[in-house]
Design a protein around this ligand. Structure first.
Ligand SMILES: Nc1ncnc2c1ncn2[C@@H]1O[C@H](COP(=O)(O)OP(=O)(O)OP(=O)(O)O)[C@@H](O)[C@H]1O
Ligand SMILES: [Mg+2]
Length: 319
């Protein structure tokens, strides 16, 4: 376990260093901070002595738990770094260069999901009082309808805070249906999709008395579990579809222009980083699922999340 995490940390550092070396993208303060976190964690892991007894095992568990906390803010920090990069970007930089950034970030975040999953799994398996039906991070009887309800409420709270009102979210599906999955992963994906739909509907129907609800449908198939989030927020044109899964694309205002305290404050914004969709797709793909967006410009959008049943032998986990 120790050596696996060890190698993963090195693996993570390599692409980071590679991008610093590339003079096209100057290193920003946010990214330098993230790199330092990785170096600190790498040193902590390296210097930990060989595990010989239960006491060492407990100390190791505490140490990797602290590492996980240290890295809690990696995504917002990197997002701020990318926003900074976008603001100061040389217009001569062509789209193939952006592809390179996108691929690097995809690899980087996929490794991060893998490492956090491994640490979380290790820590939870050492929990003397594990929650009911949980094996580490995996909930063996997770109700997607319940998770979708919680994620929608969280997204609506942010919408209320930002716009003063929030469209309704109607969820259709059997609340008793369960399948083994990681609830925090599903929560994140539904939260991001609902946040996008709320923003689109809210902005389109700002001055209307009748606001169409967002609909979430949970379907249980033989192979797949599918969650569909649809809205009547006007959709996106076909020309915009190839861009929506890139980390540099957002039609919202740059959060760096809106909030000067973003580097320090614990603020969740409605939109603006261009991270919601690419990150959600990585989470879906981590356990062999996927995310697709179908748009009808002038009407609305439909996001489809697919998952394999986790006990299916087809599961491919990426580390
Ligand atoms: N349901 C939707 N209706 C209309 N446009 C959408 C919808 N979902 C996404 N988009 C478009 O895709 C872009 C990218 O979405 P994404 O969630 O990745 O980033 P974001 O919402 O701009 O910022 P954040 O990282 O804060 O979520 C959005 O800025 C928006 O233009
Ligand atoms: Mg979003």
């Amino acid at each position: 376990m120790l050596s696996l995490l060890f190698m993963l940390s090195v693996d993570l550092l390599e692409p980071l260093m590679e991008s610093w070396r590339n003079s096209l993208y100057p290193e920003s303060a946010f990214e330098a901070m993230v790199r330092d976190w990785y170096l600190d964690s790498f040193r902590d892991l390296r210097s930990f002595p060989e595990i010989k007894d239960n006491n060492d095992e407990r100390e190791f568990t505490q140490m990797i738990k602290a590492i996980k906390v240290r890295h809690n803010n990696v995504v917002p920090m990197m997002a701020l770094g990318v926003q900074q990069l976008k603001k100061g970007m040389d217009p001569k930089i062509v789209s193939e260069d952006l592809d390179e950034i996108h691929q690097f970030l995809d690899r980087f975040y996929m490794s991060r999901i893998g490492i956090r999953m491994l640490i979380g799994q290790h820590v939870e398996l050492h929990n003397p009082n594990p929650p009911l039906h949980c094996v580490g991070y995996i909930h063996t009887k997770m109700s997607p309808v319940e998770v979708a309800q919680n994620a929608s409420e969280d997204a609506r709270c942010i919408c209320l805070r930002e716009y003063g009102s929030a469209p309704e979210v109607n969820i259709y599906g059997d609340p008793k249906f369960t399948f083994p999955y990681v609830p925090t992963h599903l929560h994140l994906m539904v939260f991001e999709l609902v946040k996008n739909s709320l923003r689109a509907v809210q902005e389109r129907f700002m001055d209307s008395d009748i606001v169409p609800p967002i609909r979430i449908i949970v379907a249980d198939g033989i192979e797949d579990v599918t969650i569909k989030v649809s809205d009547e927020g006007g959709g996106i044109p076909r020309s915009g579809l190839p861009k929506i899964f890139t980390y540099l694309y957002s039609t919202a205002r740059n959060p760096l222009d809106e909030h000067s305290d973003l580097g320090t404050a614990d603020t969740v914004t409605m939109a603006g980083y261009g991270y919601g969709l690419p990150i959600s797709r990585l989470y879906a793909r981590y356990f062999g699922g996927d995310l697709q967006i179908i748009s009808m410009e002038g009407y609305g959008e439909c996001s489809l999340l697919w998952f394999d049943h986790l006990n299916s032998c087809k599961i491919k986990v990426k580390l």
